[in-house]
Ligand binder design. Structure first.
Ligand code: ADP
Length: 262
C-alpha cells in the first residue's frame, strides 16, 4: 500500500515538473511574441507619424509660397487640419493604452441623451463618407428607443468605441455598406457595427482585440493603423459594464458587437 502511495507521489511530482516546464515555455513564447509585436508596432508607428507630418510640413511650405493660388491654399489648410487631428488621435491612443496598462483609465459617468450622441456620430460619418463613392451608411435604432433615452454612462468613452468600430468598418470596406444597429433592453444598450468589407480570417479573429495586433497579411498593411483601437475599445467596454465580440468571414464582412450598462 505504502509503496503504491510513493509511486503516486512520484508521478504527481513528475506531472508538476512537466506542468511548470510547459508554463515556462509558454511564457517565453509569449514574451518573444510580445517583443516581436512591440518592434513591429514601433516601426509601424514611425510610419504612421511620418506620413501626416510630411503632409503638414509640405502643405505649410505651399501656403508660404506666393505663386500658389489662394483657392488652393484654403484646401491645404483643411488638409493640415485633418492631418493634425489624425496625429492627435494617434497620440491619444498611445496615452490611453499607457493608462490601461497602469489601470488608470478613468470613467466619468453622467446622464446624457443617447439619441443626441448617435445623431452626432451619424452626421460626422455622413460627412466623412461623402467623398467615398460606393459606400452606404445605415443607422438603425431598434426597439423604439424613446426619443429621449437617457443613459448613465461615460459618453466620451462610448463615442470613442463607436468611432473605433465605425472607423474600422469604413476603412476595411471600400465599396459596400456599414450599418450601426442599436437596441435597448432593460438597463443595457446593445450596439452592432456590421460591414460588408474584407473581413477577418479565422486565424486572426482570436487576436484582434490584443494590443498592437494588426492583420499579419501584407495586403491589409496598406490600410494603415496602429493596432491599438480594438484593445482600447475592449477595455472601455469592460469598464462600462459590458462585453465586446466579433463575427467575421474573410471576403464577406465583419460584425463587431458590444453592450454597455446604461
Ligand atoms: P488598426 O489601427 O490596425 O485598425 P485595431 O485595433 O482597430 O487597429 O484593429 C486591429 C486589426 O483588426 C486591424 O488591423 C484589422 O486587421 C482588423 N480589423 C478591425 N476591424 C476590422 C473590420 N471592420 N474589417 C476587417 N478587419 C478589421
Amino acid at each position: 500500500e505504502e509503496f503504491r502511495n510513493m509511486g503516486t507521489v512520484a508521478n504527481e511530482m513528475i506531472d508538476e515538473r512537466v506542468k511548470v516546464h510547459a508554463q515556462l515555455v509558454a511564457e517565453q513564447k509569449r514574451a518573444l511574441e510580445s517583443d516581436r509585436l512591440k518592434t513591429a508596432f514601433l516601426a509601424n508607428m514611425s510610419h504612421e507619424i511620418r506620413t501626416p507630418m510630411n503632409a503638414i510640413i509640405g502643405f505649410s511650405e505651399l501656403i508660404n509660397d506666393d505663386s500658389v493660388d489662394e483657392k488652393d491654399k484654403k484646401k491645404f489648410v483643411r488638409l493640415i487640419l485633418q492631418n493634425g487631428e489624425f496625429l492627435m488621435s494617434l497620440i491619444n491612443d498611445i496615452i490611453d493604452i499607457a493608462k490601461i496598462e497602469s489601470n488608470q483609465l478613468n470613467i466619468l459617468k453622467k446622464r446624457f441623451q443617447l439619441n443626441d450622441l448617435l445623431g452626432r456620430v451619424e452626421s460626422h460619418y455622413r460627412e466623412y463618407i461623402s467623398n467615398h463613392a460606393g459606400l452606404d451608411l445605415h443607422f438603425e435604432v431598434e426597439n423604439h428607443l424613446p426619443a429621449r433615452f437617457s443613459c448613465y454612462s461615460d459618453e466620451f468613452r462610448l463615442k470613442q468605441v463607436l468611432d473605433n468600430l465605425i472607423g474600422n468598418a469604413i476603412k476595411f470596406t471600400a465599396v459596400g455598406s456599414v450599418r450601426l444597429i442599436v437596441h435597448a433592453q432593460a438597463d443595457r444598450v446593445y450596439f452592432r457595427v456590421k460591414d460588408t468589407g474584407i473581413g477577418i480570417s479565422p486565424e486572426e479573429l482570436d487576436s484582434v482585440f490584443e494590443r498592437f495586433v494588426q492583420a499579419a497579411n501584407q495586403g491589409k498593411r496598406n490600410y494603415g493603423g496602429t493596432g491599438l483601437g480594438l484593445a482600447i475599445s475592449r477595455n472601455i467596454v469592460h469598464l462600462l459594464g459590458g462585453e465586446i465580440g466579433v463575427k467575421s468571414k474573410s471576403g464577406e464582412g465583419s460584425e463587431f458587437y458590444f453592450s454597455i450598462l446604461c
